[in-house]
Design a protein around this ligand. Sequence first.
Ligand code: NAI
Length: 510
Amino acid sequence: MALNQMTVVAVIGAGAMGAGIAEVAARARHHVLLFDTVVGVAEKARAGIADRFRRAIQKGNMTEQEAASIITRIEPVAALNGVARAGLVIEAIVEAVEPKHVLFKALEGLVGEEAVLATNTSSLSVTQLGSVLTKPQRFLGLHFFNPAPIMALVEVISGIQTPKALADEATGLMRAWGKEPVQCRSTPGFIVNRIARPYYGEAVRLLEEGVATPATIDALMMEAGGFRIGPFGLMDLVGLDVNLAANTGVWQGLGQDPRYAPTVIQREMAASGNLGRKTGRGYYDYEEGAKRPEPATAAPAARPAKVALRGEAGVTAPLIARARDAGVTIDTLAGPPALVIDGHALALSDGRPAALRYAADLGRPAVLFDHARNFATATRIAIAPAPQAEPAALGAAIGFFQALGIAVSVVGDSAGLVVLRTLAMAANEGVVALEAGVCGPSDVDLAMEKGTNWPEGPLAWGVRVGLDVVLEAMEHMAATTGSDRYRPSMLLRRAAVQGVGLDRALVRFA
Ligand code: NAI
């Protein structure tokens, strides 16, 4: 079953994904057989690709010859038995077990003994889909992302019966197709759909808890978190029904673990029929003339007169440097880490709400500020005052960040605020995936960077800020909320011990 450039590739189902996969394979110089049960759909898919190529030619991004040779390599076939000569079949039909089982059984009787059968399923068990075959050892998942010609990531998914050699061979083929493949085990959500859960899950919880509005949370995740699109904007884009289905699938598949539980607000929104951009309304209104709500942004406050750094700067060192660059004189003081702004303590969130921090620390951090992925470039920050703090403390904190050119969103006092809470949960989830043998450390980060355009993998972020910082945030969030959702993974606990790290902590005997 050697997969190489000579392999004839068949794509079954010529919808959004099938058409894209056919194009990717044809671009990689394979002859591609394209089949769809609905008459004319395969031809239409090929014509759609040709249309896009014409626009690319007009823009000078492609030559006529290139376009023509790719298009001629895509051959629509009128009946399933037209794919009999394929050496690799990629299924991209409706997302349901029964029709996929029927298809794979039929394919097994058609194609040669050595042909490889693959599914593009985004949510079903690859093991279950392959279980109907007499030879499940020829079966695996090749999960492309939408749009397939643009998104670099392909999750190469092994079912229980997929031999490692086949996964490796398919991985090599995906590289030859110009893709960035990652290998993972058939598990709910695979890599991307699992590790992306906290990005949405924490956002909807923050909304339910009244910590901030969707517009504020989105602005913070973009301007402080460095993401290209905020969680609510992304849910509206994907479709609230599609997002809820993916969420529910992972939650059910992983034993209804509270880590993945959908929230009331998610279910209510989906039930309302306002499903996002496709229906004109979701968390935001997309009707013509509708005004996008603004994020909460603090009004200008006075520039602080006296700023001191108490204790070590740690991960906030770039913020201190930025303050100095902005002409703020910073004295140093001994004591528990905080900034002291005109006599008021401003401390980086460690996962505890400001109210508890105020009570627990003799240093009285009056106002907490959230993490930013990069304090040197962040343009917005979340802050939360402790209920016990004097009103002047809030103004001092706002004035400090504004002096640095950073917009301030005042949010509700909460566990982990917005960015820390989300990133810590995503990093922990990455570690949980490693612990569960879903994939390897580099696969987690590559998958999130290439499959969802995250600016940095969650493990890379966790290692950069310190696994001990992530662990502490998780422990504090778990203690404050009393929810198992925030429990740190066992592997994170072991890896966060001084000097151990993920590589040494991650020892698997299976
Ligand atoms: P789609 O609805 O755009 O296309 C499915 C096509 O399959 C339709 O043209 C339909 O006529 C055809 N079809 C249905 N049953 C068939 C059969 N038995 N034999 C041949 N053709 C058949 O769906 P889409 O979005 O392309 O999804 C296809 C698969 O890819 C699903 O398993 C989905 O979960 C997966 N997927 C979808 C992604 C997305 O963003 N849309 C991303 C990654 C995977």
